[in-house]
Every structure is written in structure tokens, then in C-alpha cells.
Design a protein around this ligand. Structure first.
Ligand code: GTP
Ligand code: MG
Length: 456
């Protein structure tokens, strides 16, 4: 996701942190590079200007007496401004006091509306709701059938009939009330471009069902073109938010970074694949961290907390914060991760995991081998992998039916991960998540050096 933008930021920050002090010229150079990186990612020019000028204003005020290095402060500012550009807060769905809560989907042809309708239905089901899907796309003969197939995969009923889209939508609403379904999701016909007739159709559908949420479905691959589309739809429909699709492709980030600032409406959901489960609530802070290559530690922690018991999660978090993460922890977490499923997705969220590893296919046999290697270590070795010298490696290899090269590879990977994790500011993030305040005192104390992402 946004790989090239991520790589650019990585390069900029690597050079930046190589400097102890920052002159004005250094800051200018960094800002110029950030500007270029954003333009290359197809971010809207107005958004780029705004973002860069806010970063500039804030870097002027950098306080050299703080415990963070100037480079770290710049990175922190960029991070915060990216979060704001992506919309700041996560959109929270509130339900209509008189059900059903009506969700209307609109968008260009092929943007992913019908798929998103199915994904949303699945998402609402997971929230304990009972959705009804309505196929109001009578433009394309197969559209309703496509929705029916999706509905049957997730056991959500689909309403449609061969009349006209507006009356299908209106009847769908009646049907939801009759069946006691508490969420209504209306899929509409796509348009190739902003087409007056189809625009009128979706406006009439909207008038017929009075949606609580109108989401524009946008293909992230269309870059900032998406923004012009969004502006046009917003004039007709009064959007509440955007569903950004195809983020699993090589989208450059333009759509994601432009839409909130230009249209003023947040990204509500992100679609990251063709499967119905590949869909998530959009979190600006996490997306900003991913773009800056800081990994998505919070999503990871949330996933982990679903699987870990709370005590274990806290103990692990403490170990991470203090850089005491060892092979026992790792082994424990491997077991938990198996429960969490999709190791690939999880690896993608861990900061500093090399690209090759994220893309590599990891199968159960491979996991089994890693597990065997760790189990062949003594308790002392697991606690302190530095003990593992040549002869110990050989013993571990023999004990686990692997080669010393494989043992070496695991040790190396583990060491890298350990370094990255402790550098990643788990402490700061965890404290924030648990709602703890910083140190007591009148003014806010800047975070400690060790608890900041320092990209080292
Ligand atoms: N890789 C990927 N493919 C997606 C995603 N969302 C949708 N697609 C694919 O994009 C294509 C179009 O999706 P649809 O949901 O049919 O799009 P639509 O907006 O309903 O299209 P029309 O009804 O023709 O306007 C399909 O092949 C989907 O499988 C996504 O997040 N990632
Ligand atoms: Mg469709």
C-alpha cells in the first residue's frame, strides 16, 4: 500500500536523521523533497501546498532544548500533519433511532460499489446488525445477480425487482421494516463519468430513502482524479464520507491524501482486496504511520488483544517497551498469531519487517520449523539469544532437524525485529491507547527520546 510514497519518505528521513543539527537550508531541502514526493504520489496540488506550509510553520518553532532531536521533531510534525490530512479522526457510525439505518452507495463505474455493498453488509453483521441489501442498479443486467451472489456468501438477504431503481429503493426500505432488518444498504448504478441522467437517478433514489449515510465509493488507483469526481457527487448528494477501494493495488496515495481536504468528507472505510473480509474501518493515524513506514502497531495490538488474554498483552507490551523481547515471548506470540490468522497481514503491520518477508509466502511447515528451532534452545538461550555461539547453533540445528544457516537466519531476523520494535515507541502508543496522560505538571512534557519512532 502506497509503497513508493513510503519509500520516498523513508529516504528523506534516513538522510534527515543523519544530521545532528538542522539549518534552515536543511529544513528547506526536506520540505522540497516532501513536496515532490507528494506530487509524485498524485496528491492534489492545493493539498500539497497546505500540508507543506503547515509543516514549515511548525518546524520554525522547533525547540532545540527538547529531548527529541530536531530530525525526530520534524518527523513527528510530518506524522501529525499527515494524520490531519487523512481526516484526523476515525468515522464512527451512529445508528438511526428508528431503524433501519439507511446507507446509500454511489460512485463511478467499476469503482467497487457492489463489492463494497457486500463488504459493508458483512461488516454490519459483525457489529451485531441485521442488514438488508438492495440492488437498485438496473442499468447493468448482471448487477443484481452479482449482489445476490455476495449476499448468499454472507447470508444477508437481497431485495430487488425488475421495475425502476427509485421504486426498488423505496420498496427495499419497506421490505427492511417489514422484515425487521435494522440496516439497509442500497447499491446503485455506476456511471462512466459525471452523467446528468444517472446523477438525477441517484438523487431521486436518495430522496426516496433519505439515507443516514451516503458514501461515495472511490477507486484509490484513480489518484487525485477521484477528487474531481467526489466534488461533483458531493454537489448532488451531500456525501457523508468515502469508501476507498483497491488499496491493495499499487495506488500512489493521491486519492487518500486529497479527498478529505478537498471535499471536506472523511474516508470511512478502506477496501483492501476482492475478498469480502478484506475491508476495514479507515484510521487516519494508522494510515499515516503506514505511509511513513512506521508500521501499523495499533491494529496489530488490537488484533493481538483479541487473541491474547489481557495480562499477557500487558506483559508483552512491557517487554517490548523495555527492549526485553525474547524468544519465549516470540514463541508464545507465534501460538497466538496462529489463532489470529493471516500472518501476512500481521507482518505488514510490524514496523521494520523487510519487504521480502512481507511478500514471502509463509506456510505452516515454515512456521513449524521456526517453532522447532526455538524449542531446541535452552531456557537461557531463549531469554538471551546472544549466548548462542557456533557450537550452540549446531546443537540447535541438529535438535530441530534444520541447518545452521536456517538457525542463523532466524537469529538475524529476530534481532532486527527486536531492534525495530523497541525503537518504535510502543510505550507511547500503548499509553495513549490506555488513556494515560503524560507526566504530571502544568505543561505537556514532550515524549522521551526512547519512546519516539526514531527510524534508526
Ligand atoms: N483488488 C481489488 N479489487 C476490488 C476491490 N474492490 C472491488 N474490486 C474489484 O473491482 C471490480 C469492480 O467492482 P464492482 O464492485 O463490481 O464495482 P461497481 O462499482 O459495482 O461497478 P458497476 O456496478 O459496474 O458500476 C470487481 O472485479 C471487484 O472484484 C478491492 O478493494 N481490491
Ligand atoms: Mg455494481
Amino acid at each position: 500500500m502506497f509503497d513508493s510514497l513510503s519509500d520516498r519518505f523513508d529516504g528523506i528521513f534516513t538522510r534527515l536523521r543523519g544530521r545532528g543539527r538542522l539549518t534552515e537550508a536543511d529544513v528547506d531541502e526536506v520540505l522540497r523533497e516532501i513536496r515532490l514526493a507528494l506530487l509524485e504520489a498524485d496528491v492534489n496540488i492545493r493539498v500539497v501546498r497546505g500540508l507543506v506550509s503547515r509543516i514549515r510553520e511548525r518546524t520554525v518553532g522547533i525547540d532545540l532544548s527538547q529531548s527529541l532531536t530536531p530530525a525526530q521533531q520534524v518527523i513527528k510534525i510530518v506524522h501529525e500533519e499527515l494524520i490531519a490530512t487523512l481526516g484526523g479522526e476515525t468515522l464512527k457510525i451512529s445508528y438511526a433511532s428508528k431503524p433501519p439505518t439507511v446507507v446509500l452507495l454511489a460512485g463511478l463505474q467499476g469503482s467497487g460499489k457492489t463489492t463494497a455493498a457486500g463488504k459493508l453488509a458483512r461488516w454490519f453483521k459483525h457489529q451485531g446488525r441485521q442488514p438488508l441489501l438492495v440492488g437498485a442498479d438496473l442499468q447493468r443486467p448482471a448487477a443484481v445477480q452479482q449482489l445476490r451472489v455476495l449476499g448468499s456468501q454472507i447470508a444477508v438477504p437481497v431485495f430487488s425487482e425488475a421495475s425502476d431503481p427509485v421504486s426498488v429503493a423505496a420498496k427495499g426500505l419497506e421490505e427492511a421494516k417489514r422484515l425487521g432488518r435494522d440496516v439497509l444498504i442500497v447499491d446503485t448504478a455506476g456511471r462512466l463519468s459525471i452523467d446528468a441522467a444517472l446523477m438525477a437517478e441517484v438523487r431521486d433514489i436518495s430522496a426516496a430513502v433519505s439515507p443516514n449515510y451516503t458514501f461515495l465509493v472511490i477507486d484509490a488507483m484513480t489518484g487525485q482524479d477521484a477528487v474531481a469526481t467526489a466534488e461533483a457527487f458531493h454537489e448532488t448528494l451531500d456525501l457523508d464520507g468515502v469508501i476507498l477501494t483497491k488499496l491493495d493495488g499499487d495506488a500512489r496515495g493521491g486519492a487518500a491524501l486529497s479527498v478529505k481536504e478537498v471535499v471536506g468528507k472523511p474516508i470511512a472505510f478502506a477496501s483492501v482486496g476482492e475478498k469480502l473480509s478484506e475491508f476495514e474501518t479507515f484510521h487516519p493515524d494508522r494510515m499515516a504511520s503506514r505511509i511513513l513506514g512506521m508500521g501499523d502497531v495499533l491494529t496489530l495490538i488490537e488484533k493481538a488483544e483479541e487473541a491474547f488474554d489481557q495480562k499477557e498483552a500487558e506483559r508483552a507490551a512491557e517487554a517490548l517497551m523495555e527492549g526485553r523481547y525474547n524468544f519465549d515471548d516470540f514463541l508464545e506470540h507465534m501460538q497466538q498469531m496462529k489463532k489470529m490468522g493471516n500472518l501476512q497481514g500481521i507482518l505488514g503491520m510490524i514496523p521494520g519487517v523487510p519487504k521480502e518477508l512481507k511478500q514471502a509466502k509463509i506456510d505452516d511447515a515454515e512456521l513449524g520449523r521456526v517453532e522447532a528451532i526455538i524449542r531446541s534452545m535452552t531456557a537461557a538461550e531463549r531469554q538471551d539469544p546472544k549466548l548462542i555461539n557456533g557450537s550452540r547453533k549446531l546443537r540447535i540445528a541438529n535438535g530441530s532437524g534444520s541447518t545452521t544457516t536456517q538457525v542463523n537466519a532466524l537469529l538475524k531476523q529476530f534481532k532486527e525485529m527486536q531492534v525495530q520494535l523497541s525503537a518504535m515507541g510502543m510505550g507511547r502508543m500503548l499509553n495513549k491507547k490506555r488513556g494515560k496522560k503524560g507526566k504530571k505538571g502544568g505543561r505537556t512534557t514532550p515524549p522521551k527520546l526512547g519512546s519516539m519512532p526514531n527510524f534508526n
